[in-house]
Design a binder for this molecule. Structure first.
Ligand code: SIN
Length: 256
């Protein structure tokens, strides 16, 4: 444990979050559904990244995007040191030496922190545990090399499907990209189709701005499109774009 940046400490949560947020407010980083489906009551949404992790669709979903009989596939992030010991066929495409995972962080004011923490614990109940790690905010409206001060990292909570969890895909054959694509193309759960989750992730990463695409995600999109057919995929992608716009607009209005 402890391979991510200095200052990162992984703990099972038992209200330990208050140790990380002494003022009582909360920052939570989302790298999956939290990017397009924000938690309630946030007052800031900031694009950026965490280092020291790799995002993979290696988490089985028995609830949101699958069923106990036919689990779907959702993302988790894996600590880089551990990921390096796994036989990942896409390893050669991970160009970043820092293992950067893009996403969005949300600030929850102290008045709602407890409530939102409980909400997230329930939403992420299917195999996720809490880590705390530095989040690097990025102003994507600026040129990458613009002369200006870099915002300081912010400690964030992040929900991780750890490899020790039963939902993590331990079987190498199940982690194969084409096998993951096939499961995604046919799975469905309480929150909707698994393909929808994939396209929402693809589109919301696009929407974050500069350089936030993820090779593992774009490769899966290509494979799932081939399985679904171009027309079905185009309709789902267009819907994903509309849904993200609506979800972020509503939550921003609602959170004001
Ligand atoms: C996250 O979004 O940060 C966790 C994974 C998910 O709920 O998709």
């Amino acid at each position: 444990m402890g391979s991510a940046e200095q200052g990162c400490e992984a703990l099972r949560d038992g209200r330990t979050w208050r140790n990380y947020f002494p003022k009582g407010d909360l920052w939570v980083f989302g790298y999956g559904s939290l990017i397009w489906k924000p938690p309630p009551h946030y007052d800031q949404r900031v694009p950026g990244y965490i280092n020291g992790y790799v995002r993979r669709f290696w988490q089985a979903s028995n609830d949101h995007r699958g069923t106990p009989e036919n689990p779907g596939r959702v993302v988790t992030v894996i600590e880089r040191d551990f990921w390096e010991t796994l036989d990942d066929p896409l390893a050669h495409l991970e160009s970043s030496s820092t293992a950067t995972v893009w996403g969005a962080a949300y600030h929850i004011p102290a008045s709602h922190a407890e409530e939102v923490h409980d909400y997230l614990d329930i939403r992420e109940i299917n195999g996720y545990t809490v880590h705390y790690t530095p989040f690097h905010p990025v102003d994507t409206s600026k040129e990458p090399n613009a002369e200006e001060s870099t915002p300081s990292p912010i400690v964030c909570m992040v929900y991780i499907g750890q490899p020790t969890n039963p939902q993590f895909l331990r079987d190498l054959a199940q982690r194969d990209q084409q096998a993951v694509a096939e499961v995604i193309s046919r799975s469905q759960g309480n929150s909707g189709k698994n393909t929808e989750y994939l396209y929402l992730l693809e589109k919301s990463l696009d929407g974050l701005g500069l350089g936030s695409a993820d090779v593992h995600v774009t490769d899966l999109v290509r494979r799932v499109k081939a399985l679904e057919g171009v027309e079905a995929a185009a309709a789902e992608e267009a819907k994903a774009e509309r849904d993200i716009e609506e979800a972020l607009h509503h939550s921003a209005v609602g959170s004001q």
